[in-house]
Design a protein around this ligand. Structure first.
Ligand code: GUN
Ligand code: FE
Length: 477
């Protein structure tokens, strides 16, 4: 329905490419050419020293004159699109608003009133458009979204993702338990929870172009908000349609106590989900701050994944999740902004916060140094780790032939103080100037710790240009 969804031209990207080779190590590919076909799929990657671009185009049978070329210039590099494995699109207007609250009073005071107000579709359209536009500008090419309980507004979010070209998982939030949910914001019954969820699944499945880049995701909000009956229904829906699942687990101590009192037959928070068939290889569990060893073992055994929401966990004083400990127990981890529990919609910020929180974990333990996450490790979490969490590691997260071109062009311009136009002391990329003395590893550290959306020049999803920063060429809007 939109121009962005038209088939892209064939494209060649030339220059420097950076992506994760492993959890521990980024790989730098210079003087490289990446050929992207009209479906947005990487047809060929040509490292330096091999054939010329013209020869390769001939080999591919592509008409050289009609191929679009994009070059990374000095201080620029192509990087995989960032993956937000946990984000509440409906909470976008509340970024930064949390005061001294913790999870349960935060939900009651700020979150449920805002979410319930989005049954006004005009408001939902404004909020969701702004959220998708903003996250694309931050380089988020894939997002696992929570919308609200409202079907029409949730379906609208899915439509907007399709239209604006963001790869997304869109979940209608299921919550039917009157012990936790307020009267003004709650599914009427367990049966209604399932039926309303099915309506969004059908809407997205039947959308044109359907499953292309937007998928439904089964979303029981969290155990305290759902009756046992609702969770059983949602698990049945998951199996019927073979869908991913997202929920929250073990975020806050008060929440954990509440779960223990509400589900006295379960041995732990994670066990509640396990008994309802909701721990699957396609399940994304947000937070997992206070998991016990026994819980981590059942999560690992089921192949469920964890979305690490470091910014949110600090903002709501939930605690410090231990990524290296989760990895050590065999759990795959990605990053979540958890906006607006987290105050930022940027996955780069989430990566930075993950690095800082890992240092707090390190400071809290004797010889805790091993807990510190490196630049390379948090950028892995933001890309390949996220891809594994959302079950798309075959398609996104890095640059390989056969993968989709979900990517961004990052610019760290080589302008030092006094070198800019008109005696400017700050380049257009802000205060993160490359002064030409650092190497590529240090450039990545500068991007992680000092970068922001000013450095995100262009963003592509499945080969389509979905964001272009003012002053960096073609505009999307
Ligand atoms: N637990 C249940 N709902 C929410 C939510 O909206 N945000 C966070 N951070 N935790 C939750
Ligand atoms: Fe959340």
């Amino acid at each position: 329905p939109s121009q962005i969804l038209d088939a892209a031209n064939r494209q060649v990207f030339l220059g420097t490419f950076v992506h994760s080779k492993s959890r521990a190590e980024l790989e730098y590919m210079h003087d490289t050419a990446v050929y992207v076909d009209e479906h947005g799929v990487i047809a060929k990657i040509q490292k330096s020293g091999s054939d010329t671009v013209e020869e390769t185009l001939k080999d591919l049978g592509w008409d050289a004159a009609s191929v679009d070329r994009h070059v990374s210039t000095e201080g620029q590099f192509f990087f995989p699109g960032l993956i937000d494995t946990h984000v509440h699109a409906s909470q976008y207007p509340n970024v930064g608003i949390f005061g001294k609250t913790t999870l349960l009073d935060w939900l009651e005071k700020y979150t449920f009133p805002l979410e319930s107000s989005l049954k006004d579709l005009n408001k939902a359209r404004r909020v969701y458009s702004a959220c998708v536009r903003r996250t694309l500008a931050h380089g988020t090419t894939t997002a696992a979204y929570y919308a609200t309980t409202d079907v029409a507004a949730t379906n609208l979010l899915a439509d907007l993702c399709l239209k604006m070209g963001q790869r997304a998982f869109v979940g209608r939030v299921a919550m039917d338990n009157p012990d936790l949910c307020p009267d003004y914001y709650r599914d009427e019954s367990a049966k209604a929870s399932a039926e309303l969820t099915e309506q969004t699944i059908q809407h997205i499945k039947n959308a044109d172009p359907g499953y292309d880049i937007v998928s439904p995701i089964v979303t029981p909000r969290f155990a305290p908000s759902c009756t046992s009956e609702a969770m059983h229904h949602l698990s049945a829906l998951q199996r019927k349609h073979d869908l991913p699942v997202q929920t929250h687990v073990s975020e806050n101590k008060g929440e954990i106590d509440l779960v223990a009192s509400m589900f006295p037959d379960s041995t732990s928070y994670a066990d509640v989900y396990d008994r309802h068939g909701l721990l699957t290889p396609r399940t994304i569990l947000a937070h997992a701050v206070h998991l016990t060893k026994a819980e981590a073992d059942v999560v690992a055994a089921r192949g469920a994944k964890v979305s690490h929401c470091a910014c949110s966990n600090s903002s709501l004083t939930s605690g410090a999740a231990r990524v290296r400990w989760l990895w050590g127990r065999g759990i795959e981890v990605g990053l979540g902004t958890d906006m607006s529990g987290g105050y930022s919609s940027s996955v780069l910020e989430a990566a930075r916060q993950a690095a800082l929180v890992s240092r707090h974990v390190a400071m809290g333990e004797e010889s805790g140094d091993r807990h510190k996450l490196t630049v390379d490790e948090v950028l892995y979490l933001a890309t390949r780790g996220g891809a594994i969490c959302v079950g798309l590691e075959d398609k996104i997260g890095g640059f390989e032939e056969g993968k989709h071109w979900d990517a961004q062009l990052i610019g760290m311009r080589t302008v030092g103080p006094g070198e800019g136009e008109d005696g400017e002391t700050e380049s257009e990329d802000g205060n993160v100037d490359l002064f030409s003395w650092e190497d590529w590893e240090e450039t990545m550290a500068k991007w992680l710790y000092g970068g922001d959306d000013r450095n995100t020049k262009k963003v592509w999803v499945k080969g389509r240009l979905v964001h272009s920063r003012r002053g960096s060429g073609r505009q999307t809007k």
